[in-house]
Design a protein around this ligand. Sequence first.
Ligand code: PAF
Length: 276
Amino acid sequence: MDLIHDIPALRARLAREDSIGFVPTMGNLHDGHIALARLVRAHATCVVVSIFVNRLQFGPNEDFDRYPRTLADDCARCEAAGVDVVFAPDETVMYPAPQTTTVDLPDIQHILEGQVRPGHFRGVATVVLKLLNMVQPHLAVFGKKDYQQCRVLANMVKQFDVPVELLLMDTVRADDGLALSSRNRYLSAAERKEAPALFATLNEARRRLLAGERELAVIERDSVFALTSRGWKPDYVAIRRQSDLREPAPGDRELVILAAARLGSTRLIDNLEVKV
Ligand code: PAF
């Protein structure tokens, strides 16, 4: 496996490949990332994983500085998973000058996560477009745990005619249901025990939808209350349509329940698709 830090070396290494699959990450890899790499492995002859903690997508009071940086461990995990190239640029490679040209996606970037984290999706879309230009993969994979991110990036690829196929992979979960996330490592032992309650709350909302309830606001409110009464600080529980994350119109059948909530000082997000 090759560990590459700069763009000319990356281009030279990938020039001889005819099918490149790409997994963009911020590192601190867990089984969810490895599952993404294995999925790509089945579709491409060369698997590239990028590792870059992207300052642009963190708000001023977020965890950019304390975000875990574990490059040596990440490379070992990639090597074991059959990854061919780890691309780990530093900030001087990614942002040699202030990034004044950015990608903005009106509407979707301002709702849900975008409302709580202004500028987040501009940072995500901008770095992913840069990474796609650097790696020039045939296909790239993203995890559905970051559901809104998947929608934002699918829009971007479509609107800019980026020549890449996107694969979206189902969330990988621990046995107790907790969605795997690099941020889970911030949880104390007691919080880790409590954390599956987020997924349980989504499942309860899903059960009610499948049972025929259509007062979405009531289900959302009850879900927020359920979390709050267990000591969580929810930002939102929202039932939206899958296609554009807008409020469902009567007759929309493909829905997704999205939630973001703080447990202690750790903010967790999760979601669950439901076809009613
Ligand atoms: O999902 C992530 O880890 C990041 O948002 C991504 C896509 C690597 C962009 O920095």
